[in-house]
Design a protein around this ligand. Structure first.
Ligand SMILES: C[S@@+](CC[C@H](N)C(=O)[O-])C[C@H]1O[C@@H](n2cnc3c(N)ncnc32)[C@H](O)[C@@H]1O
Length: 330
């Protein structure tokens, strides 16, 4: 069983799919199940395992669950390739950073908490304002590189550990932010802990760079390489921007700690030379699950295609900023 929701019997409960790392729907007090947009064929059936009992709704069993595995295992994969991650992963559009700084009214006196800072992709864009920044990062390798990358900023401290287990030394953050990382935090812990740690006027800013598939010949040929070398990665395409927004909205509403958020989108294209694109693929947790040999064969095939199309690849993405204020009574 990988999908469950917990809560009182008299309230709507969010269903969380641990393997997909996100909520997939909700069940209301009548026991009615609503799925957001899950590919239903992946599931044994919504009602088959629906069993309301005192205080707990136990839900769904995915077919994939029977082969074992958990998203908690996957997030440690980032520790295998911190250098590739550091070389390949982009930052975030300047317009997004400007909007964030303005709307959260950040300045040198502010206190910021960042969850899952990686090697500092967002951190280095916020650090120059001089605010005190605490960054909590699960991977030892990522933490080490983040400290090195941010050595010029004495206002930034990188703490190695899981956010869920982190005993905060301070509260009252003006901003809690997480770029490309909040889906790794169990939502039933993440939202309430953030709410507790925010100052009364503080904001939660969740950020993702989400891939927008293209159907030009280059991307079509790359898809053919995936079908040949890694068909398992074709079965579950990555979340698009609207799916991620919908899921995050549902979580924010279901956990009830936050007001309705502001949602801003920033389309942009990141252009990769072959080496950096190879590192990008090495930095994806789902790609790392292939194992080194299969992954490198996939990369070789993809690079061959890129070479025949001029030697660079443009990746269309939409950066999304979801900004929410905590409810006062939280
Ligand atoms: C996709 S990376 C994002 C890194 C960076 N923020 C960025 O914008 O590219 C996700 C990061 O979250 C970290 N992470 C995953 N689960 C975490 C947790 N429970 N607590 C803290 N960090 C976590 C991973 O180690 C990884 O560095």
């Amino acid at each position: 069983m990988v999908c469950s929701g917990k809560g009182r019997r008299d309230e709507t409960v969010l269903l969380y799919d641990a393997q997909a790392q996100s909520s997939i729907g909700s069940i209301d007090k009548e026991g009615v199940v609503r799925l957001f947009d899950v590919r239903v064929e992946n599931w044994a059936g919504p009602h088959a395992h629906c069993r309301p009992s005192e205080g707990v709704w136990v839900m769904f069993e995915s077919r994939e669950a029977r082969s074992g595995g958990s998203f908690r295992d996957d997030r440690v994969l980032f520790d295998q390739a911190p250098d590739a991650y550091d070389r390949a992963r982009p930052g975030y559009p300047p317009e997004l950073i400007d909007d964030l700084l303005q709307r959260a009214r950040l300045g040198p006196e502010s206190r910021i908490l960042e969850i899952g800072c990686g090697t500092g992709q967002l951190t280095r864009l916020l650090a120059p304002i001089g605010a005190t920044m605490d960054c909590v990062e699960l991977s030892a390798g990522m933490s080490r590189l983040a400290r090195a990358n941010l050595a010029a900023f004495p206002n930034v401290a990188v703490r190695h550990g899981a956010f869920e287990e982190w005993s905060e030394t301070a509260s009252s953050y003006d901003l809690i932010t997480s770029a490309q990382a909040f889906h790794w935090i169990p939502p039933e812990i993440g939202y309430s802990k953030c709410c507790r740690l925010l100052s009364p006027e503080g904001l939660l800013a969740l950020i993702w760079n989400l891939y927008e598939p293209s159907d030009d010949p280059l991307h079509e040929e790359i898809q053919a390489v995936y079908r040949r070398e890694a068909p398992q990665l074709c079965r579950r395409p990555p979340d698009g921007v609207e799916t991620r927004i919908r899921r995050t909205l549902s979580e924010l509403r279901a956990f009830g700690c936050f007001q309705e958020p502001l949602i801003l989108r920033y389309p942009w294209i990141d252009t990769f030379p072959p080496d950096r694109y190879a590192d990008l693929l090495r930095s994806f947790s789902d790609h790392r699950k292939l194992g080194t040999m299969k992954l490198e064969r996939l990369i070789a095939g993809v690079l061959e295609v890129i070479e025949t199309h001029g030697g660079t690849i443009g990746r269309r993405q939409i950066a999304v900023l979801i900004l929410a204020a905590a409810r006062r009574q939280c």
